[in-house]
Design a protein around this ligand. Structure first.
Ligand SMILES: NC(=O)c1ccc[n+]([C@@H]2O[C@H](COP(=O)([O-])OP(=O)(O)OC[C@H]3O[C@@H](n4cnc5c(N)ncnc54)[C@H](O)[C@@H]3O)[C@@H](O)[C@H]2O)c1
Length: 360
């Protein structure tokens, strides 16, 4: 029988722990499909792109890779980066190439505090905490503009320019996205993060767009906070956060901080969305390839499994996404934890426990 709701997913495990966590996420989604009595189906195709592929071919992705990915409903990504390839080559050659090429301009990074996980924040014991970082994912500091020159002047003479690019269109679409997201949450609030006191062009443009867009959402509370102050606020007053919208670099840093505050980078999920759906969106854990623990079977799969839940939501499968999130919470609460969150379980143990908990 053909499933009534069927999705084609391209998986790119990439490097290091990427293959371990992508395998875990696939197992969870396949278990969900198996239990759906034919209502749901996923077809996977795996692509070998990453640093090993680079060693064989000199490329991070096949020339026709982006075109082949267009045929899929979504991309499920692990991580990229390995000591054999310079990080800026691997990141630009694969992840950033896909994010920019598919105009995945909204990067959504929810921050969940899970039962059974100890947060370094004392307030997490007594205060419900839950916020989401919305990252501008197409321009800003990662626009890729700049260059290096003057190497001919000899040792010490080279210069490098790395320009950040802020367009009015780019600022407006991500800020509107953040306001629309805030309207779906209990606390209707958007905090805008910049460093417009020091960066007087691009980030002042961002501030102006934020003020203009905010006027269209009188029901949503707002604040504008400098990025250094927001870093402190994440630690000292996280209960005051709901949606935090920031530039590509700022949100990248803040979301790693948020992952650590929730207990581990291994827990943090993310969605790279092309909200207009002209191109496939891409779902990946926030963490990188973790070379220090790769291949040992001990990495935390929850960030990748949470990213699979975001992919289900993108497919319109909100109930199934909620079921995966309940299974994540139940698994953590039952104490089946990898060592980054104080446990002794392996990646496979956590995945198996989580699949058992899907049944509840
Ligand atoms: N989206 C991406 O593909 C992405 C993101 C960040 C870094 N990177 C790349 O990854 C490589 C390593 O970078 P890094 O060390 O700065 O960051 P990282 O996220 O790979 O690791 C940082 C720390 O978090 C731990 N960690 C990460 N994922 C974990 C998991 N699932 N379970 C348990 N612990 C986990 C690691 O062991 C390490 O101690 C670099 O090549 C970097 O460029 C890729």
């Amino acid at each position: 029988m053909t499933p009534t709701r069927h999705f084609r997913i391209a998986s790119i495990p990439g490097d290091g722990v990427g293959s371990e966590v992508v395998a875990a996420g696939r197992q969870v989604l396949d278990a969900l499909a198996a239990a759906s009595h034919g209502a749901l189906g996923f077809t996977w195709e795996e692509f070998p792109w990453g640093s090993d592929y680079h060693a064989r071919t000199g490329k991070m992705i096949a020339d026709d890779g982006p075109d082949r990915l267009r045929a899929f409903d979504a991309v499920y990504f692990g991580a990229v980066g390995w000591p054999t390839v310079p990080d800026h080559v691997s990141l630009w050659g694969l992840r950033l190439r896909l994010c920019q090429g598919f105009d995945q301009w909204a990067n959504v990074r929810p921050v969940h505090f899970l039962p059974g996980i100890t947060s370094p924040l004392r307030t997490a014991d007594t205060t419900p905490l839950d916020w989401v970082v919305v990252r501008e994912n197409s321009e800003g500091e990662y626009g890729g503009f700049g260059g290096r020159n003057f190497a001919g002047r000899g040792p010490g003479g080279e210069i490098a320019v790395q320009s950040a690019v802020f367009t009015e269109v780019g600022c407006e679409r991500i800020i509107r996205f953040a306001f629309d997201l805030a309207r779906t949450r209990d606390r209707r609030k958007v905090a805008s993060v910049t460093k417009s006191n020091a960066q007087q062009y691009g980030m002042v443009l961002w501030d102006e767009v934020f003020a203009r867009v905010a006027a269209d959402y009188p029901d949503v509370e707002t604040e504008s906070v400098l990025v250094d102050a927001m870093a402190a606020k994440f630690v000292l007053a996280p209960q005051d956060l709901s949606v935090v919208v920031a530039s590509n670099l700022h949100a990248d840093i803040l979301s790693d901080l948020a992952g650590a505050l929730a207990g581990s980078l291994g827990l943090a999920a993310s969605a790279n969305l092309n909200p207009e759906r002209r191109h496939p969106s891409m779902f990946e854990p926030v963490h990188g390839s973790a070379p220090d623990i790769a291949g040992q079977g001990v990495c935390n799969p929850i960030g990748a499994i949470g990213s699979a839940a975001l992919m289900l939501e993108h497919f319109g499968l909100a109930q199934e996404a909620a079921r995966v999130r309940r299974a994540i919470a139940a698994t953590c609460a039952s104490g089946v934890l990898t060592r980054d969150v104080g446990g002794t379980a392996t990646t496979k143990d956590v995945t198996a426990a989580l699949i058992d908990n899907l049944a509840d």
